[in-house]
Design a protein around this ligand. Structure first.
Ligand code: GLU
Length: 338
C-alpha cells in the first residue's frame, strides 16, 4: 500500500483547523464493544483522554454498537470498568449522560436516518446489488487496497434503469455514497499533511443490505452532533478519514481536527487482535496487575516518560505533547510482562 504522504494531489479545500481555545475543545473515545478492551485500544484511549485533559477540554465516551449483531452488552459494561481502572474518566458518556445523549449508537438511529435522507435527497447515494462473491473477486484484484476494504470499482453506479429494476427484483441492495470527483487534504496533528486523490477507496457503503448504517456514516453524524472538535484514534483508521471528510462536506458539517496515533503491535509485529484474551485489560485487572504499571508502559512506549516506571494516568496530563509522541508503532515484548 502506498503511504498516504506519498500520494500526489492538489486540492482547493485543504482541512486544517485553526487552534481552538482549550475549553472549547471536545474529544472522544469511541470503542466498538465487539471485543474486550486490549492494550492497544486502551493506549489510544489514554492518549485521547490526555489530549483533552491537557487542553482543558471535554472528554466524551461513545459506545459504537451500531452493528448490534457484533456488539455485546457485557463487553460494553466491562469497557467502562477497564477505562476507569486505568484512571480515565469522561465528562459525557453512556452511563452518565450529557447534553448530546444518548451516547450509545444503537439508541441514535434516527440521527443516522436523517443524515442518510439528506444524502439521498442530494442524489449522492445509489443502490449496489453486488453479491459477496462479486466483491470477493474485486478484493483479489491486483490494486492497492485501503485498510477499509477493496476499492469498489463503481459497478452499480452506472446501471441503466432497466438493469437496476432487474437486479432489484432479486436482491435487497446496500446503499453506496458516490465519491465527489475531487481530492482531499487534511492536516493531521501526528502525521502532518495527508493527501488523498479523488476516488480514494471507491464509493463506500453507508447502509448495508440488512439495513444497518455503516461506521462511516454513523461516526460522522455522531461526531458532528456531539460537536467533537478533535478526533484522536489509531492510524489503522487513517484510510477512513478521506471518506469521512467527503461525508462532512456533503452534509455541510464542520470537519474536526484529526490525530492518528501509531498502533501498539503484538510481539510478532502484527496488529493486536481483539480476540486475543491474554492482553485484555480486564484480564490484567483480574491478575492483580496495578493500573499504574500498565499506564507506565503506555507512557514509556509513547515517549511521554523516559523509563517504564509505574505512573498514574493523571500524572501524565502535564507531560502530554503530541509533537513528542513516538511515531513508530511499538511492539509488546518481554518488557511488557505484567
Ligand atoms: N469504533 C471504532 C473502533 O472501535 C473507532 C471509531 C473512531 O475512533 O473513529 O475501531
Amino acid at each position: 500500500m502506498t503511504s498516504a504522504s506519498s500520494r500526489q494531489c492538489t486540492t482547493a479545500h485543504p482541512h486544517s483547523a485553526s487552534p481552538l481555545p482549550g475549553a472549547a475543545r471536545r474529544g472522544r473515545f469511541a470503542p466498538t464493544p465487539s471485543g474486550r478492551l486490549h492494550l492497544g485500544n486502551a493506549r489510544t484511549a489514554l492518549l485521547a483522554w490526555l489530549q483533552m485533559r491537557n487542553a482543558g477540554g471535554t472528554f466524551i465516551l461513545r459506545m459504537e454498537d451500531i452493528d448490534r449483531a457484533r456488539s455485546r452488552l457485557d463487553i460494553a459494561a466491562e469497557l467502562l470498568t477497564d477505562l476507569r481502572w486505568l484512571g480515565i474518566d469522561w465528562d459525557e458518556g453512556p452511563d452518565i449522560g450529557g447534553p448530546y445523549a444518548p451516547y450509545t449508537q444503537s439508541e441514535r438511529e434516527a440521527l443516522y436516518e436523517a443524515a442518510y435522507e439528506r444524502l439521498q435527497q442530494a442524489g449522492l447515494l445509489y443502490p449496489c446489488y453486488c453479491s459477496r462473491a462479486e466483491l470477493t473477486a474485486i478484493a483479489s484484484a491486483p490494486h492497492g487496497l485501503p485498510a477499509e476494504g477493496p476499492v469498489y470499482p463503481g459497478t452499480c453506479r452506472h446501471l441503466s434503469p432497466a438493469e437496476r429494476a432487474e437486479r432489484a427484483a432479486r436482491k435487497q441492495p446496500a446503499m453506496r455514497f458516490s465519491l465527489p470527483d475531487r481530492p482531499v487534504s487534511f492536516h493531521d496533528l501526528v502525521l502532518g499533511w495527508q493527501h488523498f486523490p479523488a476516488g480514494y477507496g471507491g464509493d463506500f457503503i453507508v447502509k448495508r443490505a440488512d439495513g444497518v448504517f455503516s461506521y462511516q456514516l454513523a461516526v460522522v453524524a455522531d461526531d458532528a452532533a456531539m460537536h467533537i472538535t478533535d478526533v484522536l484514534r489509531g492510524d489503522d483508521l487513517l484510510d477512513s478519514t478521506p471518506r469521512q471528510i467527503w461525508l462532512y462536506e456533503a452534509l455541510g458539517l464542520p470537519v474536526p481536527q484529526f490525530a492518528h496515533v501509531p498502533l501498539l503491535l503484538g510481539p510478532d509485529g502484527r496488529r493486536l487482535a481483539k480476540r486475543d484474551g491474554a492482553i485484555a485489560i480486564a484480564e490484567l485487572r483480574r491478575l492483580g496487575v496495578r493500573p499504574e504499571r500498565v499506564v507506565g508502559q503506555f507512557a514509556y512506549s509513547c515517549g511521554l516518560i523516559d523509563r517504564p516506571e509505574p505512573v498514574a494516568a493523571r500524572e501524565l496530563i502535564p507531560l502530554f505533547d503530541l509533537t513528542r509522541l513516538n511515531r513508530i508503532p511499538s511492539l509488546i515484548d518481554e518488557a511488557w510482562r505484567m
